[in-house]
Design a protein around this ligand. Structure first.
Ligand code: IVH
Length: 669
């Protein structure tokens, strides 16, 4: 076989196995065998770039190229559907349709998936373009990102149409969404409100490797083209399924209104057991000829209607509003409520997000408020029962003007909804939060110290800022409850070890607002030491890749504060790494950016710690346990059976040493 034939054969096989795995849920070969084939193809493609194919299965891995999205006009506008919450209106639509058609008709009932819509164009069996809805007339070209979604075929099989568009919904499964939010919470990053926002946020990522790591799913529900295989919408989708598309098997053709209501009633409860979010059902006249006869209004087709499920909500009393101050000084208002049962849990507190939301609701203490969970994990207040107010209206809720913890006057940055306490260096939750962040695994990685210990040290006046950690003595630690000689020694040992933590992680550890891990890495790459960074002006800062005005301003503000400069100076004298060493510089890449990697088993070529370091050196993240967020597992010999099973269940790839090393650029192997 020539290399070209070999490449083509591997591509065809991988497309087929991919479909078996991600669409049919019925793999024929082991993950290992799949990975081996993928690796073989990667190697061949690297050796024979002349046979490049943008739709190769290897395109699923994602690239790190940053680029702006291009806008593309939709060939057929992307309309929305008429919505209703009332069964009465469904009956009216059905009767209206019957009158307009004057003949029998079938209705295809299907689930309304709650994600972000996408239009895919295929030419000669290949995915050529994926465009978001945008304003309905034109959308963003997100082809590279969509290529990482395994449920979407890059190359079709069977007897497909030469040219067509197919539309559907891109979804983030609940499990992935929850894991992602848990991770964001741990990093104090803003949470995604629901899987829909998470899916659309992910699709708009500039880095397709991040998209690849987020395990999005997709269902297709609308086939468009000049000549379609059948007059039936349902039948066309069944045909599209044979081409490799993931089509919901929950669609049902109905011939009576009673059948439609039965479908609605069934899915109103049953949808809670689905792995993805749904917010209603869609009813479509099945015959395309009849669809054409019915036509469109300005905004939506007359041949379809969406019935939306009522979000579960409860009515309860607002007792008071409290305010939480986070590590970054962001102040979050929290509604304290009379406990109320909602979707299986008791709700006592709900987020009020920010001052604008409170103002918009015109909240008063004692109000009867509606609490909803809907697709959100944190319950929220969605409305006030104004009728219930009566004569004695409680006090109007006004957002606080001063920090509840330290009394400083709050500020609001331009263009931001949140209020902040600016007293970074003396507001207790900010100081404690900063110290907790400083010692965390991804920052200085000081083992043995947790939030409670930090809290104790702080309360006893032993530490006022992170530099004080380095002056702690064994005596002081031992005196604390539940601390022995051994644990004190361990803590001191890991505090000493933190002196070797590289510059980029020290920068991250400082907790400068908006300087997360990725930004810290970029800064450490662009500036050789902290003095250079501290004296950089706005132009120099914003010239760095991915650093915008907001981050640049925050860096300037940090170093302009004499207390911060004094702290940095003290830490420098203690011996922390405030300059890039040659070792940091050589071999640093973004190859694994956005990937979360679990290491498991015993290795031959490098130690486990060396693999950890390699992952970090190439911009990846090493995680301790397998979750839906895991991008792949680096497995040595003797990986535990429980881990294997979990990985298989979540559809996570397993790479061996060779495969992993092959992903990295040559010089570091
Ligand atoms: S059909 C012209 N079917 O709901 C009709 N849409 O407001 C095209 N959606 O933007 C849409 N599940 O994102 C259709 N089974 C389904 C759907 C569905 C979810 C979304 C879609 C669309 C919105 C309608």
């Amino acid at each position: 076989m020539t290399p070209k034939e070999q490449i083509e054969r591997l591509r065809a096989q991988l497309h087929r196995h991919n479909h078996n795995y991600y669409v049919l849920n019925a793999p024929e070969i082991s993950d290992q065998a799949f990975d081996e084939m993928m690796h073989e193809l990667q190697t061949l493609e690297a050796a024979y770039p002349q046979y490049d194919d943008p739709n190769s299965p290897t395109a699923r891995v994602g690239s790190d190229l940053n680029k702006e999205f291009t806008q593309v006009a939709h060939r057929y506008p992307m309309l929305s559907l008429g919505n209703t919450y009332s069964e009465g209106e469904v009956s009216e639509w059905y009767e209206r349709t019957r009158r307009a058609l004057g003949e029998d008709f079938e209705v295809c009932a299907e689930l309304k998936y709650d994600g972000t819509s996408i239009s895919l164009t295929y030419e000669q069996g290949k995915l050529v373009r994926a465009v978001t809805r945008g304003d309905g007339e034109k959308g963003d070209d997100v082809t590279d990102n969509v290529k990482t979604i395994r449920a979407i075929p890059l190359v079709l099989r069977g007897d497909y149409l030469p040219e067509f568009e197919i539309r559907g919904e891109i979804l983030m499964p609940w499990e992935v969404f929850e894991a992602l939010n848990r991770e964001r919470e741990a990093r104090e990053e803003p949470l995604f409100a629901n899987p829909r926002n998470a899916a659309s946020g992910t699709l708009k990522q500039q880095n397709s490797a991040i998209v690849a790591s987020r395990h999005l799913d997709a269902y297709l529900y609308y086939l468009l083209g000049e000549t379609l295989p059948s007059d039936g919408h349902y039948e066309n989708l069944q045909t599209a399924q044979t081409w490799g598309f993931k089509i919901s098997d929950r669609m049902k053709k109905c011939t009576t209104l009673a059948e439609i209501f039965e479908y609605i009633a069934y899915w109103d409860t049953e949808r809670k057991n689905l792995p993805v979010a749904t917010d209603g059902i869609v009813l479509k006249v099945n015959s395309l000829r009849q669809q054409q006869q019915l036509g469109f209004t300005a905004k939506s087709p007359r041949w379809a209607i969406a019935y939306k499920f009522q979000a579960e909500r409860a009515l309860t009393r607002l007792n008071r509003v409290t305010y939480q101050v986070g590590r970054t000084g962001a102040v979050t208002p929290v509604a304290n409520l009379d406990p109320v049962q909602l979707s299986g849990t008791v709700v006592k507190r709900a987020s009020l997000h920010n001052a604008d939301i409170i103002e918009g609701l015109d909240l008063h203490i004692g109000d009867s408020v509606y609490v909803e969970k809907g697709g959100e994990i944190i319950p929220k207040i969605t409305g006030v029962d104004v009728e219930a107010r009566g004569m004695l209206m409680g006090e109007k809720v006004r957002f606080i003007t001063h920090c509840p913890e330290c009394g400083s006057k709050l500020i609001r940055y331009e263009g931001e909804a949140a209020h902040y306490c600016p007293n970074e260096t003396a507001c207790p939750p900010q100081i404690k939060g900063k110290m907790e962040h400083f010692i965390s695994r991804r920052a200085m990685n000081i083992d043995g110290l947790g939030p409670e210990t930090i809290d104790l040290f702080y309360q006893q006046g032993l530490i006022k800022n992170v530099a004080d950690l380095y002056t702690l003595s064994a005596d002081q630690i031992e005196r604390l409850e539940r601390m022995g000689k051994k644990s004190a020694e361990n803590i001191l040992q890991s505090i000493r070890a933190s002196l070797d933590v590289p510059f980029e992680r020290v920068l991250f550890a400082l907790g400068i607002r908006f300087v997360g891990e990725t930004v810290a890495k970029k800064l450490a790459k662009a500036f050789s030491d902290i003095d250079q960074l501290a004296s950089a002006d706005m132009d120099t800062l914003t010239a760095v890749d991915e650093i915008g005005t907001k981050i640049a301003q925050s860096i300037r503000a940090y170093f302009a504060n004499p207390q911060n400069s004094a702290l940095v100076e003290r830490l420098r004298q203690i011996g922390l790494q405030f300059r890039r060493t040659e070792a940091d510089r050589s071999g640093y890449t973004d190859t694994l950016a956005g990937q979360t990697i679990v290491i498991s088993g015993v290795f031959m070529q490098h130690s486990r710690d060396q693999y950890k370091a390699l992952i970090e050196q190439h911009g990846g993240k090493n995680a301790g346990s397998i979750s839906a967020k895991t991008s792949f597992i680096l497995a040595g010999d003797n990986m535990g059976p429980a881990k294997l099973e979990k990985a298989r269940k979540l559809g996570i790839r397993i790479l061996d040493e060779e495969q992993f090393l092959a992903m990295l650029p040559r010089q570091t192997e």
